[in-house]
Structure formats: C-alpha cells, structure tokens
Design a protein around this ligand. Structure first.
Ligand SMILES: Nc1nc2c(ncn2[C@@H]2O[C@H](COP(=O)(O)OP(=O)(O)O)[C@@H](O)[C@H]2O)c(=O)[nH]1
Ligand SMILES: [Mg+2]
Ligand SMILES: [Zn+2]
Length: 353
C-alpha cells in the first residue's frame, strides 16, 4: 500500500493541506496500488475520475467514484473549489461502498497544478469565480452566420479569455447554409480580420451529415483530436449540433451509470469518436474573465502588438494618453474600430457583450 505522509495536527492549515494535495506530477510516486486519472465530472462532495496512464489516454468507459480524504475536504470547505473536470489526479483504490452506486471507488490524494482554467461567475457574488474546467487545450468559439446574428464583441471577449489562459482559440462559424450574398460580404470581412491575426476560422454546417466530408469540418476534427476542447458561444449557434455530429454515440451520461440520476448541471468530459475530448458545460451561460492588470489587457489583442511601440508611455492603456500608437492605428483604419471598442468595453469592465 502507498505510504501516507503523516500529518500532525499543527499542520492542519488549509495552506499546508493544499500544498500536499496540489503537487507537481514529477513528485508523484505511482505504483501498483495507485493510479493516475482525469477528473471527468466534479460534484460537491465527490468526483468521477477515469484512469489516464499516459497523457490523453483517458479510458472514459472506466469510471470510478472518487472522494478526497476528509482532512482535505474540511480544509477546502468544498471540493468543488479544489477540483474540476480536467484535473489530473493520483488516486488509490478505497474499496468504499455506497448505496445504489455500482462503481469502483477511490480516493484522490494528489492533484497536478493546473495549466489553465475556465470559470464562471458565482450566481450571487460577482467577485467569486468557480472553476468549470481545467487543463483545456482548445477553446472553440462558435458563432452562426445568422439566427442568431454573430456577436463579435462576445468573440473578442472569449479571445481575451483564451489569451489570458494560454488556450488555443478557434472561431467556428456555423450555419453556412444561411449565407446570402449580403451576409457573406458582411461576415467575410470580419472573419478575414481574425484570420489575419492567425486565429483559425472555420465555416461549417452542423445540421448536415455530409458536412463531415468538408475541408473545414475535417480541420475542426483535427483540432478536436488534439486534447481537451471547450465549446462556447451564444445559445442557438449550434454547439450541441456540432458535438452530436462528431460523436452521435457519446450522449451517455456518467451519472446514469452511477446514482441513476440524470445530471444536466455538471460539466462532463466526453470522448469523441474521431479522437479527442470535449468538456460539455450544460447550464453554464457564460464563461468569466479573470481579473488582470489594466495594462496587460492590450497584450490579449494581437493586432495591438505592432503599434504599441509607437506609444509615448511604456505603460499605455491606449485610452487618453497623448501619443498612442494604438489609437493612431485605429484612426488610420489599421486596427478595427469594433475590436478597439471591445478592448475599451473589457477595460472599463462595463457591459457584458
Ligand atoms: N440552418 C442551420 N441550422 C442549424 C445548423 N446547425 C444547427 N442548427 C439549428 O440551430 C438550432 C440551435 O442549435 P443547437 O445545436 O441547439 O445550438 P446551441 O444552443 O449552441 O447548442 C437548432 O434548431 C439546430 O437545428 C446549421 O448548420 N444550419
Ligand atoms: Mg446546446
Ligand atoms: Zn497606447
């Protein structure tokens, strides 16, 4: 059996416990009686995990019910703060039995530090963020040609999120069948702007099986195959349709295997038939931006980069400063006014596109 590190009472502070639980993977002692796993669903007092012997070889059909040792649980108040879908964990089999739950059981005793996280705002406290998913490789920002009209301010917000968190962002423009010549003219200009910033932009139609053969769809499939993806975008743009198209068989819910209750409010890691994983985030209406220093926001707008050197002040917010390369570029039509407005909106923390 793995040797448990003795913990004396005086060390029972939240910080010490957190340090013990959150430990770099290089320090993990993996042996016959424990295993590395990925959190595939996080609930208030328990988790579902699946073994992941090698990175991204997550055996999603092998689901374990996991708890964290009580001493961690008490210190952290709620395990949801500590663990989220996407976390890599080290578990040991516990053999605990729970009524009505026919799953093997284990205890989580190490968590790897997160590479990034995607959060939502607390429903009642706007200063509080809840992590929905961690260690995300791809953020797929979905818009539609029409119905609903694309909200590019929201796209910009999510591009900032991706930049902040170091997640690769892709813009997926769905409902290509609704393109009329007028719409095409209006949207293409905007999409080309993002392409020029080196964001992959894909035009797809999710309500049609034949789409699977299309170039952009296959490009999307290749992106999805590389790791863990999260879809985001307004309601009605076709996120669920896209996911279904990629994997008609994946709609099995983990909870059905466990407690017998169907769960729609918890983020879940799903595996795609063609490779890769997505985090399904039902009920999460919008992801939140983490607070960053004002002067760092400009770094999340890729096109500002070439013009910032012309700002008089080294730390320039590009708002009221007298000589500002970014503002000049906006005036000269080199930076899109809409993008600059997205920047100002986020900087002022006003409005929520
Ligand atoms: N015309 C058209 N409709 C689509 C397409 N993809 C999805 N839809 C429809 O758009 C509506 C919303 O799709 P859904 O996947 O539920 O969007 P979600 O809210 O983002 O998950 C549904 O009625 C779909 O049938 C598409 O490529 N073209
Ligand atoms: Mg949906
Ligand atoms: Zn400036």
């Amino acid at each position: 059996m793995p040797t448990k590190r003795p913990i004396s009472r005086k060390n029972w502070s939240a910080d010490t416990l957190r340090e013990e639980l959150v430990a770099d993977e290089s320090t993990w002692a993996v042996h016959a009686n424990n295993f590395v796993a990925r959190v595939v669903e996080a609930h208030k007092g328990y988790l579902y995990v699946s073994p992941e012997p090698e990175p991204y070889q997550i055996d999603i059909k092998d689901v374990w019910l996991a708890t964290i040792p009580k001493r961690f649980f008490l210190a952290m108040k709620s395990s949801r703060k500590l663990l989220a879908v996407g976390d890599r964990v080290l578990c040991e089999e516990s053999g605990d039995k729970y009524e009505q739950i026919d799953l093997p059981t284990c205890r989580v005793f190490r968590v790897a530090p997160r590479r990034n996280r995607i959060s939502r705002l607390d429903a009642t406290n706007p200063n509080l963020l809840h992590t929905i998913a961690s260690n995300v490789d791809n953020l797929l920002i979905v818009i539609s040609v029409a119905e609903p009209t694309p909200n590019f301010a929201l796209v910009d917000r999510y591009l900032v999120l991706a930049a902040q968190q170091g997640i690769r962002a892709t813009i997926v423009c769905n409902k290509s069948d609704l393109l009329t010549p007028n719409l095409r003219a209006a949207i293409t200009k905007r999409l080309d702007y993002y392409r020029a910033l080196s964001y992959p932009v894909l035009l797809v139609q999710a309500n049609c099986q034949q789409s699977l053969q299309q170039h952009d769809f296959q490009a999307l499939q290749a992106i999805l195959a590389a790791g863990i993806a999260v879809f985001t975008g307004q309601s009605g743009v076709g996120k669920s349709s896209l996911v279904n198209l990629f994997s008609p068989a994946l709609m099995q819910s983990i909870s059905e295997r466990g407690s017998g209750q169907h769960t729609t409010t918890y983020a879940t890691l799903l595996s795609l038939q063609a490779g890769g994983f997505i985090v399904d985030t039902p009920g999460v209406r919008r992801f939140a931006l983490e607070k960053i220093a004002d002067h760092k926001l400009g770094n999340c707008f890729r096109e500002f980069d070439s013009y910032q050197s012309a700002c008089r002040y080294r730390v320039c917010l590009h708002v009221n400063e007298p000589v500002c390369g970014v503002k000049t570029a906006v005036a000269d039509g080199l930076i899109s006014e809409a993008r600059y407005n997205s920047y100002l909106t986020i900087l002022r923390g006003t409005g929520c596109p």
